[in-house]
Design a protein around this ligand. Structure first.
Ligand SMILES: *[C@@H]1O[C@H](CO)[C@@H](O)[C@H](O)[C@H]1NC(C)=O
Ligand SMILES: *[C@@H]1O[C@H](CO)[C@@H](O)[C@H](O)[C@H]1NC(C)=O
Ligand SMILES: *[C@@H]1O[C@H](CO)[C@@H](O)[C@H](O)[C@H]1NC(C)=O
Length: 506
């Protein structure tokens, strides 16, 4: 009887859901045609035409040109190559704004390691390329040739090398801004860099970095000041002729090493996974509705509602001498799937630091539960967005893609808890430490990106033996002034979403 009632409820729920979905679509269509859509269309078209009259008065333009995207901009232009982006119109008529990028790279050039807030689908129009990118925490390298198509997800660090002998490399790519910080543009975050472009690392406070890397200021300065050639550089260069030679010489061994890490072509993999998950969870849902799966019976009156989950009972996902962290996602606790929210808890010992890292797929909200510490957040252009002291009760948030770190004060443990706006595995990407992107990507390409030789870079990148939670002998002295600054500066992070942020080439 109970299960029949449950089935009835389920059918009702499904019918209601279906009806809602249909009426929602209907509404949208109706509104799209009758109200907003046409007006947006006309207004944007008029604006465009007015703009064009202003700019090119002598030239007669056909109105059909509305369908020709002409808003093009060089986002990178160096001796070694360029990237031009044709922007989509945006607005309501465009269901999914997408920009089109054109990358041209001279022979023996490198597009230095970076990640974007948009996903790319590359098409090798002409030439040969090697792409290196972080896939499931390992470096995957692939050789691409004319006609190849390859996808780089938003938030994944990657680099591109023109491997064609004496041949220019032409790539056309889609830049899908649906996950970006601002739909109108996309933003690039450079891992390597110096004075041009600036590495996102430069936005952290120098004591913090020096402790995170476990190296001296001067070693750091050397790494973070050499590169001034722009985002696309020659890897064979009069200043450092050894880099390319070393690369050629190392290739064999490199290849062998990376062969193990190579991943199969797996565009298909995730959707299939998703589907399995979906059917699996439907079955589970049905089973639980029909009462076939009920484990705990000690909660009186809880009926078939899902169990709760205790964060403190869970074994830490990560733990070392300097602290521990727990992250709960939908694979651990099913109900999170429906809200699309993840939960985490971190406990740092006095003076310890959560290494500088990035959330590639989730915005993070944090609440300080105990102790005090410092939070540093870095803008995409490698300047500091905030460096402030936080104490019990403070709430902070960090947009996805923005590098950040938390440091416990020396007076005691620092405990914070929070939410991430993704119920799927978030896979934070660490910039510093034994499990960092820098360590994974260490090689001639990364060295060229910093404009130093590989040995020098290796010294810096390998100095820190700990991962994720790092010891730190330094901690900010208690300072009330800083706290005020945090609240004054927070709105600036928020505001920056509204601004047009163009690839960090300015
Ligand atoms: C956090 O760690 C400290 C020791 O470093 C410990 O005293 C405290 O109980 C921990 N907090 C929680 C919630 O486990
Ligand atoms: C970096 O970006 C932030 C936020 O967009 C901006 O306020 C700041 O002026 C920029 N700094 C530089 C040096 O471009
Ligand atoms: C920092 O570097 C020193 C050597 O310079 C090494 O002995 C020490 O173990 C390193 N510390 C960490 C935490 O990696």
């Amino acid at each position: 009887m109970g299960s029949r009632a449950a089935l009835f409820v389920l059918v009702l729920v499904l019918c209601y859901g279906l009806a809602m979905a249909v009426s929602f679509v209907g509404d949208e269509e109706w509104r799209g045609e009758k109200e907003g859509g046409e007006e947006d269309w006309r207004r944007e078209r008029e604006e465009r035409e007015r703009g064009r009259e202003r700019e090119e008065t002598e030239e007669e333009e056909e109105t059909e040109d509305w369908f020709l995207l002409q808003d093009s901009k060089d986002v990178v232009k160096t001796d070694a190559g360029e990237m031009r982006v044709v922007r989509s119109l945006g607005g309501r008529i465009v269901d999914r704004p997408m920009h089109i990028g054109f990358v041209t790279m001279e022979p023996k050039s490198l597009f230095i390691p970076q990640y974007l807030d948009s996903s790319l689908i590359l098409f090798i129009r002409r030439g040969e390329a090697k792409i290196g990118y972080i896939y499931k925490d390992a470096l995957a390298e692939r050789r691409l040739k004319t006609g190849d198509v390859y996808r780089i997800p938003a938030g994944s660090a990657f680099y591109l090398v023109n491997t064609g002998e004496g041949q220019r490399l032409h790539i056309i790519c889609s830049i899908d801004t649906s996950e970006s910080l601002s739909l109108r543009t996309f933003q690039s975050f450079f891992i390597g860099g110096g004075s041009y472009p600036t590495s996102v690392l430069a936005g952290f406070d120098r004591e913090t970095l020096s402790h995170a890397f476990n190296v001296s200021f001067s070693q750091l300065r050397e790494i973070l000041s050499r590169q001034r050639e722009g985002p696309i550089v020659f890897v064979e260069d009069s200043r450092s002729p050894s880099v390319w030679a070393k690369f050629l010489q190392m290739k064999q061994q490199d290849r062998l090493q990376h062969l193990k890490k190579m991943v199969p072509d797996d565009f298909q993999e995730e959707p299939v996974h998703r589907q399995e998950e979906l059917t699996w969870s439907w079955r589970k849902f049905l089973n639980s509705m029909l009462g076939k799966e009920s484990k705990r019976k000690d909660d009186k009156g809880a009926g078939k509602s899902p169990d709760s989950y205790n964060l403190y009972d869970r074994r830490p996902d990560f733990s070392n001498n300097y602290g521990w962290s727990v992250a709960l996602d939908e694979s651990d606790y099913d109900p999170l799937k429906h809200s699309g929210i993840g939960v985490y808890l971190v406990n740092l010992t006095a003076g310890a630091m959560m290494a500088p890292h990035v959330n590639p797929s989730a915005t993070e909200y944090g609440i300080v539960l105990g102790g005090s510490g410092t939070i540093q957040v870095v803008y995409p252009n490698g300047t500091s967005a905030i460096n402030a002291k936080i104490t019990e009760g403070d709430v902070f948030w960090v947009p996805k893609y923005f590098p950040f770190c938390q440091i416990a004060s020396r007076t005691g443990p620092f405990e914070f808890f929070g939410f991430t706006t993704s119920a799927r595995k978030n896979r934070p990407q660490f910039l510093v430490g034994a499990s960092s992107i820098l360590r994974t990507m260490l090689g001639p390409e990364l060295a060229a990106a910093f404009g130093v030789d590989e040995e020098r870079l290796r010294e810096v990148v390998d100095a820190q033996q700990e991962a994720v939670i790092l010891p730190s002998t330094w901690a900010a002295p208690p300072d009330d002034r800083k706290k005020k600054k945090m609240f004054a500066r927070m709105p600036r992070i928020i505001k920056s979403f509204g601004n047009d942020m163009i690839m960090g080439s300015d």
